[in-house]
Design a protein around this ligand. Structure first.
Ligand code: ADP
Length: 277
C-alpha cells in the first residue's frame, strides 16, 4: 500500500495487495466519427479568475499555429465560451450525433448555451445531470479530426469536476490562478486531484498578473507581489504564462472577439503542447 493511500481504490492506479475494489475503466468513449489527439482540461479554484479566457486563448493560439482545435465547455452552470467567441447560432443534431458549432476562424465548440433555446435560462440541475451533459458532449458530439481539444472545466474540485476527470480521457491539466486568490491552497488541491486521477499537470497560468501602464510602459502588480513562482517550485510545476490585466482583454471577451485579440502570452504553451507525447 502506498504511504499516501486514501482508501479510494476505484480511482487508484497502483497494483497493491490491499486493493478492496476493482479499478473502473473511467473512460467514456468518444463518438465513432470523432478523433481527438490531445484533450487538455483547464481548471481553476473558483469562478472569475479567467479560466474561460485561458481556455479560449489557448484554442485561438493553437488554431493560429495551424492545428484543428475544439473547445468543450464543461462549465455547465456558468458557460461563457459561446459569448467570448461571439457565437449566435445553435448546435444542430443529425441522426448519428450532435454537430459542434464552428467559430469565425474554424474552432469547433460545444456548450450548453448552444443547446438552450434562450441562453439566459439558468441551468438549475443537480450534479449527476450536469456531469451527464458533459459526458454527452464528449461521447455524442462529432469531434472530427481534432488535434487539440481544450475543456473549460467547472470551477473547483467538487463532484462535477471529479466525475468529469474520472470519465474523460484527459491528457493533461492547466491550472489558472490569479494573484488575489489563496494560490497555495488552490494549487495544492489541484495537485492532489490530478494525482488521484493520474493525470499530469502541464503547469500553471497566472492571470491578472500585472498591469502594464500605457503611459510609461512599467509593470505594476496591482494585487501585491505574486508568489506563483515559489508555489510552482514547491510542487515541482512550471509557470507556463503570466497574463496582464488589460481592458483590451475584457472588451474582446465582452464583444465576442477573442479571435481578434492580439497578444502572444500563450504562445510558449502552444510550442510546449506541440511537443507533448
Ligand atoms: P472564469 O472562467 O474563471 O469564471 P472568465 O474567463 O469568464 O473567468 O473571466 C471573468 C471576467 O474577467 C470576464 O469578463 C473577462 O473578460 C475578465 N477578464 C479575465 N481575465 C482578464 C484580464 N487579464 N484582463 C482583463 N479582464 C479579464
Amino acid at each position: 500500500m502506498s504511504e499516501n493511500c486514501d482508501q479510494m481504490c476505484s480511482s487508484c492506479s497502483e497494483d497493491c495487495a490491499e486493493r478492496k475494489e476493482e479499478r473502473t475503466d473511467f473512460t467514456e468513449k468518444l463518438h465513432e466519427m470523432s478523433s481527438v489527439k490531445k484533450a487538455i482540461a483547464v481548471v481553476s479554484g473558483k469562478g472569475g479568475v479567467g479560466k474561460s479566457l485561458v481556455t479560449s486563448m489557448l484554442a485561438v493560439t493553437m488554431n493560429r499555429m495551424g492545428y484543428k482545435v475544439a473547445v468543450l465547455d464543461a462549465d455547465i452552470t456558468g458557460p461563457s465560451i459561446p459569448k467570448v467567441f461571439g457565437i449566435k447560432e445553435k448546435a444542430k443534431g443529425i441522426d448519428s450525433g450532435i454537430l459542434p458549432v464552428k467559430t469565425e476562424t474554424g474552432i469547433d465548440v460545444m456548450s450548453i448555451n448552444l443547446l438552450l433555446e434562450d441562453d439566459t435560462d439558468p441551468v438549475v440541475w443537480r450534479s449527476p445531470l450536469i456531469s451527464g451533459a458533459v459526458k454527452q458532449f464528449w461521447s455524442d458530439v462529432i469531434w472530427e479530426d481534432i488535434d487539440y481539444m481544450f475543456i473549460d472545466m467547472p470551477p473547483g474540485t467538487g463532484d462535477v469536476p471529479l466525475t468529469v476527470f474520472q470519465s474523460l480521457a484527459i491528457d493533461g491539466i492547466i491550472v489558472v490562478t490569479s494573484p488575489q486568490e489563496l494560490v497555495s491552497m488552490i494549487v495544492s488541491k489541484a495537485v492532489k486531484m490530478a494525482e488521484l486521477m493520474n493525470i499530469p499537470i502541464i503547469g500553471l497560468v497566472e492571470n491578472m498578473s500585472y498591469f502594464r501602464c500605457p503611459d510609461n510602459g512599467k509593470d505594476y502588480q496591482i494585487f501585491g507581489d505574486s508568489h506563483i513562482e515559489e508555489i510552482a517550485k514547491e510542487h515541482n510545476l512550471k509557470v507556463l504564462a503570466k497574463i496582464p490585466i488589460d481592458p483590451k482583454i475584457s472588451s474582446a471577451c465582452d464583444d465576442g472577439k477573442i479571435e481578434h485579440l492580439e497578444g502572444n502570452w500563450l504562445e510558449p504553451i502552444g510550442k510546449m503542447l506541440e511537443k507533448m507525447e
